[in-house]
Design a protein around this ligand. Structure first.
Ligand SMILES: *Cc1c(COP(=O)(O)O)cnc(C)c1O
Length: 477
């Protein structure tokens, strides 16, 4: 075979293997091979000689498939993650095949054009100021990092300090005020930026994890310098969104910058039925959201959005003599992200939004929220099951038998049964079962099965707990 036919062959093999994988029923959570088991099948020695590419792809498929978690399945509720929609995956294959190093508008015009169009689409879908800038990053963690870098730079510029040139040594202090139930990755972003994860002032939250505006107002009484308020659309356990109108009013009265971590919750903005939850979010100064969660794009995809385009550009622009510079009015993809070389994430995002359309996205978001609410209604009628926080978005938290032991055992039993995937989480010091509804294929069709699995698992656990250790011993043997 010539090199060309070998190359054709590997691409076809990969496509076929991917199609086969997606056509097969998802394995149960615990049927998946462990890290050690997969490792055992892999030769640890560095390959000395070339191998046949088709065989390599075949080996990749046969050795890795047993260790793949069923994350694309419509009955996967383990984390708030999307399902890697086939349309996004197909566009992502092309992205890889086209091999565009997408940092520069002159060198990679198609990649830059796709990003530019998707930027305007996203701002419209999410109801954010239309002149905001959008950086195409790996996910919400880096989107938070980029947006907070813009905040840091702009706040210090206003007090006469150029952090991009001078760094942080000797700079005026920036106070960071953050809801007590913020996502762990926001603290990572603060760490990367030299703002420290422990210097923050935690703002009290309500029973659903929403920031309390009165506590924010109190915190500002002892602050008169630059400040960043980090709010949240979609608490990772409850789905709750902060009261943005009040938060933005208080923060802006003090000249502070408001950043919103909206990894998944920001998508409520797309829906006329759920937009009230994120009311006022457009008043913030920057936002982070994910493409690989509610938009269903394959990994990795996130968007860093900043109202002040110049602040965004100042913190992220990269210039080099060997790169042509575009007209200053043209959007340069690398000016909004930390990387220079990077995959052209705009292609998959363009295809996904083009394929779903606004109405498809709205329908999906609403279907997921309705699913969580309907499942909650079913579960409260099961004796011994309690809904832990009001269901507002796509997240449902359940507690079983009012005990950690019973709740964790029920999660374990569901995983052992292997038909659906649900995970545990700690909330206010207690273990809960968390159902995250975020897969494009999930809808009313799955509802009876999910309800049945939860009820059956709890039934087993309850009878074991009530019948005592004798039955437990039998069950364990
Ligand atoms: C998922 C999530 C993140 C982190 O996003 P990645 O895409 O994993 O980087 C941050 N904040 C919230 C609220 C999230 O749900």
């Amino acid at each position: 075979m010539t090199d060309e036919t070998i190359h054709d062959e590997v691409l076809r093999l990969a496509a076929e293997a991917a199609i086969d994988y997606r056509a097969q029923p998802a394995p149960g959570f615990e049927q998946v091979a462990s890290f050690e088991q997969v490792l055992e099948t892999l030769d640890a020695c560095l390959p000395e000689n070339p191998a046949d590419p088709a065989e390599v792809i075949g080996e990749l498929v046969s050795k890795m498939t047993p260790g793949l978690r069923p994350m694309t399945s419509p009955t996967f509720f383990g984390w708030v993650i999307g399902g890697s929609h086939p349309t996004g995956v197909a566009a992502d294959w092309l992205t890889s095949a086209w091999g565009q190093n997408s940092g520069n508008v002159v060198i990679t015009p198609a990649a830059a054009a796709a990003e530019q169009i998707v930027s305007t689409w996203l701002l419209e879908l999410l109801g954010l100021p239309p002149t905001s800038s959008v950086g195409f990053v790996t996910g919400a963690t880096i989107a938070n990092f980029v947006a907070l870098a813009a905040a840091r730079g702009e706040l210090l510029r206003r007090v006469g300090w150029d952090v991009e040139r001078q760094g942080l040594y000797g700079a005026p202090v920036i106070e960071v005020l953050i809801g007590a139930d913020a996502h762990a990755t926001v603290y990572s972003a603060l760490r990367y930026l030299g703002l420290g994860s422990e210097r923050v002032k935690a703002i009290e939250t309500d029973e659903s994890g929403r920031m309390r505006p009165d506590s924010l107002r109190d915190a500002f009484q002892s602050i008169d310098g630059p400040a960043i308020v980090i709010a949240q659309a979609g608490q990772i356990n409850t789905g709750a969104c902060d009261p943005f109108t009040e938060i933005c009013t208080i923060a802006h009265d003090h000249g502070a910058w408001v950043h919103v971590d909206g990894a998944f919750g920001l998508w409520a903005q797309a829906s006329p039925r759920f937009r009230h939850l994120t009311q006022g979010v457009e008043l913030a100064d920057s936002w982070a959201t994910d493409g690989h969660k509610w938009l269903q794009l394959p990994y990795d995809s996130g968007f860093a959005i900043v109202k002040d385009r110049a602040a965004h550009e100042r913190c992220m622009s990269i210039e080099a003599s060997y790169l042509p510079s575009a007209e200053s009015s043209v959007r340069e993809p690398s000016a909004y992200v930390p990387e220079l070389s990077r995959r052209a994430r705009g292609f998959a995002a363009w295809a996904m939004i083009r394929a779903l359309g606004r109405s498809g996205i709205v329908e999906m978001v609403e279907r997921h929220c309705d699913f969580a609410a309907a499942l909650g209604r079913k579960c409260v009628s099961i004796p011994g099951v309690r809904i832990v926080a009001p269901i507002e978005l796509n997240q449902l938290m359940l507690r079983f038998g009012e005990s950690d032991e019973a709740t964790l055992a029920t999660v374990g039993e569901i995983r052992r049964r292997g038909r659906i995937v649900i995970g545990p989480a700690l909330w206010r010091g207690e273990w809960i079962m968390r159902v995250s509804v975020c897969n494009f294929g999930t809808g009313p069709d799955q509802l009876p099965e999910v309800e049945r699995e939860i009820a059956a698992a709890w039934n087993d656990v309850r009878s074991q707990l009530l019948d005592g250790p004798r039955d437990k011993a039998i069950a364990a043997s």
